[in-house]
Design a protein. Structure first.
Length: 304
């Protein structure tokens, strides 16, 4: 985990890296005329003996690390004051912003790499839902359902399903914060808007959508909530949800939603006509209804 590479000749400076700083340094080190001694620290506590082996053969040290200058500050206590330590504290490495190969290259005294030839502009490609995402099929059915109404509004909030706001789906009209879709839909309905739909992910519903649903159920607000249950917290790295999918239905019922207006659908393209009809029927109901659109995230399926 801690890798020391010593230049047997006495050199002007040595390099200490951690994390991605080591990758960025090695990416540029081949362009140096004299390769300095290098210590990459992979575990804590810092290896004092290896640091001293490196500093015995250099006049000064450059510390390249991400985030807070943790190792750089420790150098002040490990080394004698006769060995200067450079890094984020003296701005040899940018103290703010993201570490990258270019600013590491500058920190070790190399000129920026010249870009040769014409560099064409990359074609614009807005972010999209993954290929095979269940939310695509849910939004498609929702679009087909609301197309039959002269007035409608679809609220949503933060999750990977927020990409449903962009073409080609363009299915949702509001994005604010986690759990906001339910409260905003209730407010829109109470303000007189017709055919109000809220979309929310399973993880976001469990995080901050339940209380708003209880509020909507207490007045039987005329709105439809679609819980898009992909069985994971996909946007932030595929973490497990707090509860399993079958229990979400129990939670919705406990919030006060009428059982006859709690419907589960399978978010698949082959069920589009059936799903469209169900969504349209629940939107037309004058009261609170909840639809749970079930299908695992495509990345979970790929790992099985």
């Amino acid at each position: 985990y801690n890798k020391l590479s010593i230049n047997n000749d006495f050199t002007e400076y040595g390099v200490i890296t951690t994390g991605l700083g080591g990758n960025y340094y090695l990416e540029n080190a081949g362009d140096l005329e004299v390769k300095p001694s290098h210590l990459h620290i992979g575990v804590y506590p810092v290896p004092v003996d290896l640091i001293k082996k490196l500093t015995d053969r250099v006049r000064q040290v450059i510390v390249i690390e991400e985030g807070y200058p943790f190792v750089e500050r420790m150098m002040k206590g490990i080394l004698s004051t006769s060995i200067p330590v450079h890094g984020k504290l003296d701005r040899s490495v940018p103290p703010a912003g993201e570490l990258n190969p270019e600013n590491v290259r500058s920190a070790i005294g190399l000129e920026p790499k010249a870009v040769k030839g014409d560099v064409p502009d990359l074609p614009a490609r807005p972010p999209q839902l993954c290929k095979g995402c269940p939310h695509t099929d849910t939004f498609t059915a929702l679009n087909h359902a609301v197309a039959d109404f002269t007035e409608s509004i679809v609220t949503s909030d933060i999750g990977c399903y927020a990409l449903g706001a962009l073409p080609p789906l363009s299915a949702i009209e509001t994005l604010l914060c986690m759990g906001a879709s339910v409260g905003m839909a209730r407010g829109a309905s109470e303000a007189g808007r017709k055919n109000v739909v809220a979309t929310i992910g399973d993880s976001t519903f469990l995080h901050s959508g339940i209380t708003a649903l209880v509020d909507a159920a207490s007045t039987n607000t005329d709105m439809t909530l679609i819980i898009m249950d992909n069985s994971t917290t996909a946007m932030t790295g595929m973490q497990d949800t707090i509860v399993s999918s079958p229990r979400i239905k129990d939670i919705v019922l406990a919030c006060g939603v009428e059982p006859e207006h709690l419907v589960e659908i399978k978010a698949l393209h082959k069920h589009d006509a059936e799903n469209t009809a169900i969504i349209k029927k629940e939107i037309e109901y004058h009261g609170l209804s909840v639809i749970i659109a079930l299908r695992e995230c495509i990345h979970i399926v790929g790992k099985k």
